[in-house]
Design a protein around this ligand. Structure first.
Ligand code: MG
Length: 295
């Protein structure tokens, strides 16, 4: 006979501690994580002065990425160097409260990514300088590099022919959905997704968010996401399904996420006693049937 205690004397196992809720926050870069637009900031580099009118006119006619390549070619002709770009990028500040926001989300167990129409050279430089590189699991942006002759070269992130809300080189909504699918295949499903942005190309990912998610359009009429959201709703009846959380600085975003997490933890704790009760009942039932059968 075994000397181990009979099932009736062993209490049900204690409930596991509440799990940290897994969630994802995707950030736009220009005017969201940082307080300027990188592509605009570098335009007058090397004392080259304002762009020639003929070049400026291309901004509206071309895909933005092609326009930026034309700007970089113009810089190259004017002998603008890699150091000139890097010095200008080093003068760009993070948006107020964003460092706290990015670090805070990580402390809360959140996963963070960047989806940006800037480029890999500009973003890597700024993340490195601000010590935030390690906080972002992935950066989705147009690949760029300095060629051996010193020319900055940029290419499309991908080819977008389907989404009318996005540019030819990048549909941020598709990037976000592909990322969620990829993580799901790896066994990671998020309880909610936050998306923060200020521009017209942030509309597509925000419209794709679901009811449990948080959309963070940057507050203020100068930010085109607001007109884009209005237009989508008034002209096309396309409303945000996610909760809309306008923000002015990074702390607003972090506060909202903490509020959401607190709500989720409260619900989890409320469900805990019910779960324990059910487990206890199952345990008793199992034991009584065992004693009954052994008689
Ligand atoms: Mg932006």
């Amino acid at each position: 006979m075994s000397s181990s205690p009979s099932p009736s004397s062993s209490p049900p196992p204690p409930p596991p501690p509440p799990k940290k809720v897994r969630f994802l926050v995707a950030f736009d870069f220009d005017h969201t994580l940082i307080d300027e637009n990188t592509d605009v900031a570098v335009q007058e580099l090397g004392g080259s002065g304002p762009l020639p009118d003929s070049l400026k006119a291309q901004a509206k006619k071309k895909v933005w990425t092609d326009f930026m390549q034309a700007v970089f070619d113009h810089h190259h002709e004017r002998k603008v160097t890699e150091d000139d770009y890097l010095r200008r990028l080093d003068a760009i500040a993070l948006t107020d409260g964003m460092e706290e926001c990015v670090r805070g989300i990580r402390e809360e167990g959140g996963e963070e990514i960047i989806i940006s129409d800037s480029n890999s050279v500009f973003i890597a430089r700024i993340l490195e300088r601000t010590g935030l590189s390690g906080h972002f699991r992935r950066v989705f942006t147009n690949p760029a590099e300095f060629r051996p002759d010193g020319r900055l070269s940029i290419s499309y992130f991908h080819q977008n022919d389907d989404c009318q809300l996005s540019g030819r080189n990048l549909c941020k909504g598709r990037v976000l959905e592909d990322y969620l699918r990829e993580r799901s295949r790896q066994g990671v499903d998020f309880s909610f997704v936050g998306y923060a942005g200020d521009g017209r190309n942030d509309l597509c990912p925000m419209l794709r968010l679901g009811e449990a998610d948080l959309a963070f359009p940057k507050a203020g009429d100068r930010y085109s996401i607001n007109a884009a959201l209005r237009h989508a709703e008034e002209e096309h009846g396309r409303k945000l399904r996610a909760e809309r959380c306008d923000w002015k600085d990074g702390r607003n975003i972090l506060e909202k996420i903490r509020e959401k997490l607190a709500g989720q933890r409260r619900r989890q704790q409320q469900q805990q006693p019910q779960k324990q009760q059910q487990e206890k009942q199952q345990h008793t039932k199992k034991h009584s049937s065992h004693s009954h059968n052994s008689q």
